[in-house]
Design a protein around this ligand. Structure first.
Ligand code: AGV
Ligand code: CA
Length: 350
């Protein structure tokens, strides 16, 4: 008999790959039961990414019921009110969710009309409850531990730990995080008048955006043994190339293939270099682990410390710290072929 699908919450920040990660989770209802999604105003403008999350969810849910007789339970989609002014993501990246909101595959009337009404609220919360608190309540009110997949900065999770402590942490089965760069270069390339020094920084963007929250989560004693880190060490193995993108043309009769293919097509120009230096399936790989835990081998219990000193050039760096009390599991060996195949399979779901 099939094992029961694992309950999963996705905490994302509306980048192209965050939303492709949501598509991957939605397309695997026999493995994953999404019980909630929260959107953070980091690598997006939160209202755009909220709309994309809602329309994508309604599209896959309604099409799965109509075409496959598969019933995906509705789940809350929340907007975090938290922000962090320090290091905003570049505007050119943050507008990607707005472009995705206009994709034809997300605007098929029968799949999206009235999508807002498909979204339930979290029990015991109302319209005045901030999204991050409703997110905490998803865990507190759950009868069983939930797998938490975080594909943006760790701001919401740090809020939950700070506000609810062990009551929250006890309901977390594992926290699977896209973030950091352990043995490889970071990806925060900043130049300009407001930057300390031009050139490469040591940090990865999700950690850099809110290093204090990242430190609180990655070094949390309450989450000991539960943190799995998908740093650039792993995600560097899954570039989004034109060849990968064009493969989705084979499945163009499917809505999810159209959605992923056209979303990736907005990113492949970064192969050419310049600012940003390539696009990767960072968050999709991270989500793929909760669908199929056989995809990745971890280096277990790596003691990691997060640099939070804003006067240092290495702010946001995640480095090995041999004096650390306990470590996190860091994804190191990736079966990239198997990963890409998973995305092509998901593309054909509806
Ligand atoms: O550092 C990777 C994280 C992932 O969560 N994000 C993008 C992914 O959603 C920030 C980022 C780094 N480089 C980027 C990013 C780029 N070239 N475009 C957009 N976002
Ligand atoms: Ca992201």
């Amino acid at each position: 008999t099939q094992p029961r699908p694992v309950p999963v919450v996705l905490d994302h920040d509306g980048g192209v790959d965050d939303l492709v990660a949501l598509a991957l989770l939605l397309a695997n209802p026999s493995k994953v039961e999404l019980v909630g999604v929260i959107v953070l105003d980091a690598d997006c403008y939160v209202n755009d990414a909220y709309r994309v999350s809602g329309k994508l969810t309604s599209t896959v849910r309604r099409a799965a019921a109509a075409k496959r007789g598969v019933h995906i339970k509705p789940f809350p989609i929340l907007k975090s009110t938290l922000s962090h002014g320090g290091h905003p993501f570049p505007h050119e990246w943050r507008v990607d969710a707005k472009k995705m909101d206009d994709l034809p595959s997300l605007n098929v009337p029968k799949w999206t009309t009235g999508w807002e009404a498909d979204i339930p609220t979290v029990p015991n919360t109302d319209a005045n409850t901030p999204g991050e608190e409703a997110f905490a309540q998803l865990f507190l009110q759950s009868p069983e531990p939930i797998s938490l997949c975080v594909t943006g900065p760790l701001t919401n999770v740090a809020y939950c730990l700070k506000t609810h402590g062990a009551a929250f942490a006890d309901k977390v089965k594992e926290v699977v995080i896209m973030g950091g760069a352990v043995d490889v270069e970071g990806n925060v390339f900043l130049e300009g008048p407001d930057v300390k020094e031009p050139g490469m920084l040591a940090a990865e963007w999700n950690i850099y955006w809110d290093a204090v929250s990242a430190k609180a989560v990655i070094e949390s004693p309450l989450l000991k043994g539960k943190v799995r880190l998908f740093s650039l060490d792993a995600t560097n193995h899954v570039p989004v190339t034109s060849a990968v993108c064009q493969e989705f043309g084979k499945y163009n009769d499917s809505l999810i293939a159209q959605f992923i293919g056209s979303s990736w097509a907005m990113c492949t120009h970064l192969e050419l270099g310049g600012y940003g230096k390539g696009y990767y399936a960072w968050d999709v790989l991270t989500a793929a682990h909760v669908v199929d835990s056989g995809l990745v081998e971890f280096e277990p219990n790596v003691p990691i410390t997060v640099e939070i000193d804003p006067t240092k050039r290495s702010e946001g760096q995640t480095r090995r710290d041999l004096t650390g009390a306990h470590g996190v599991d860091v994804a190191m060996k990736i079966d990239a072929e198997r990963f890409y195949m998973m995305t092509y399979e998901a593309a054909q779901f509806v």
